[in-house]
Design a protein around this ligand. Structure first.
Ligand code: CUA
Length: 417
């Protein structure tokens, strides 16, 4: 050994003075990564924290995972400690090889039976939780949820108990009453997505041709953030959702407003000109309930002719939502959004129902979206596909709108509330 060390070539010694050895580099890198992972758990603003359940379904999961996590942690620490001790105690110090025996039945049986018992106990509670979470017989409100690249549609079927006398179609934010057993009926129009609001329940895949159910219930009014959790294409990471829980009184107001008749902008206003632009450009894909063409006929969108998934978000009452483009962007400017998100639960409903007005509109992101949507949200891996779509788009195309058309459209969209 000494022989090798004295024989290190000149240049090797010269460069090792200031350079870090590869092994030390790996050690430092691993330490830094470890520290980063530990520090990442310190976030104060973590709306998708699975350890902070805000409703009975999420609590059921949490009550299961806390003890299992503790037991698994203790077992993990014991195993790790024994391994470290054995490595140190029996490392090669030149001692003779110990006597070789075949097995230790008593020890092996013990080490099989103990984990089997632990897993059996965990299994009993897990199966019970799975059955509890799969219940549908106590549902109080049904909401249909449809995933597509890359946004969620919410469709409230007629339910007279809730004052829903005509179907309501919305997107971006799932609005629901607190203290109510809501049942989501999920499906997809294209690929597999997965619906997940961590504070309210676990994940459930949305699969084309199937309907999967997911229970949601929130204890307190507020906004609960979520994220699509099944890789579904280029903008999977941008496929967000928010569940908005309102008191039952506020939910009734929301329902009434969603069903309220369309209010056309007054003649001679910028918004009225925007309505004309909307009829020319947007209504091919986007429905606004009650919107009429100049000849008095209802404008019916036909997104199936233009979009692969066959649907585009229904924009009736757009300004009652806080987000757009699959909840990727906020409709509210940051200060206004904070005002709603951080409101006390008693004040939350009134602030949310106020919707978006001119002073609070996140006009920069909305204009950028209208100007060139594909530049704001990745939709096509291959830019050539943008022009070779066989007439169908995966998301909103660049419509080549002029800045003055965008002015008019923004003014018009602000009236949809
Ligand atoms: Cu939808 Cu990932």
């Amino acid at each position: 050994m000494n022989h090798e060390r004295t024989n290190v070539p000149e240049q090797r010694r010269g460069f090792s003075v200031n350079r870090v050895s590869p092994r030390s580099l790996i050690t430092r890198g691993a330490s830094a990564l470890g520290l980063l992972v530990v520090l990442a758990s310190c976030a104060t603003n973590a709306p998708q924290d699975t350890w902070q359940p805000k409703g009975p379904n999420a609590k059921l999961i949490d009550d299961l995972q806390q003890p299992v996590f503790a037991v698994a942690g203790i077992v993990g620490i014991i195993v790790f400690a024994v391994i470290v001790y054995v490595i140190w105690r029996y490392k090669d110090r030149g001692q003779p090889i110990p006597e070789q025996t075949h097995g230790k039945p008593a020890l092996e049986i013990t080490l099989t039976v103990i984990p089997a018992l632990i897993l059996a106990v965990v299994g009993v509670f897990t199966v019970r939780a799975i059955f509890d979470l799969a219940r549908t017989d106590d549902t109080e409100l049904v909401i249909n949820v449809t995933g597509q690249q890359w946004w969620w549609e919410y469709d409230y079927p007629v339910q007279n108990d809730w004052g829903i006398t005509q179907p309501i179609i919305s997107s971006g934010q799932l609005v629901m009453p607190v203290g109510t057993k809501v049942l989501l009926r999920e499906t997809s129009r294209d690929v597999i997505h997965s619906y997940w609001i961590p504070a309210l329940n676990g994940k459930r895949d949305a699969v084309p041709g199937r309907i999967h159910t997911l229970r949601l219930e929130a204890d307190e009014p507020g906004i609960y953030a979520g994220q699509c959790t099944e890789f579904c294409g280029l903008s999977h990471a941008n496929m967000r959702m928010e569940a908005v829980a309102l008191s039952k009184e506020d939910f009734a107001k929301w329902i009434a407003n969603q069903q309220a008749a369309y209010q056309a902008p007054a003649e001679g206003t910028l918004a009225k000109e925007g309505e004309a632009v909307f009829l020319n450009q947007c209504v091919r894909c986007h429905q606004v309930n009650g919107l009429k063409r100049p000849d008095g006929t209802l404008a019916i969108a036909a997104p199936d002719e233009n979009v692969w998934s066959g649907a585009a978000p229904n924009l009736s009452k757009l300004m009652t939502r806080n987000t757009f483009a699959g909840a990727m962007f906020d409709l509210l400017r940051a200060a206004c959004r904070d005002d709603v998100w951080k409101a006390e639960s008693a004040e939350f409903g009134a602030k949310y129902l106020a919707g978006v007005d001119e002073t609070c509109l996140n006009v920069n992101d909305l204009r950028a979206w209208l100007r060139n949507a594909p530049a704001e949200k990745p939709m096509y891996a291959n830019p050539a596909l943008l022009t070779e779509t066989n007439g169908k788009y995966r998301g909103m195309p660049n419509l080549g709108l002029s800045e003055s058309d965008i002015d008019k459209l923004v003014a018009y969209l602000l009236t949809l509330k």
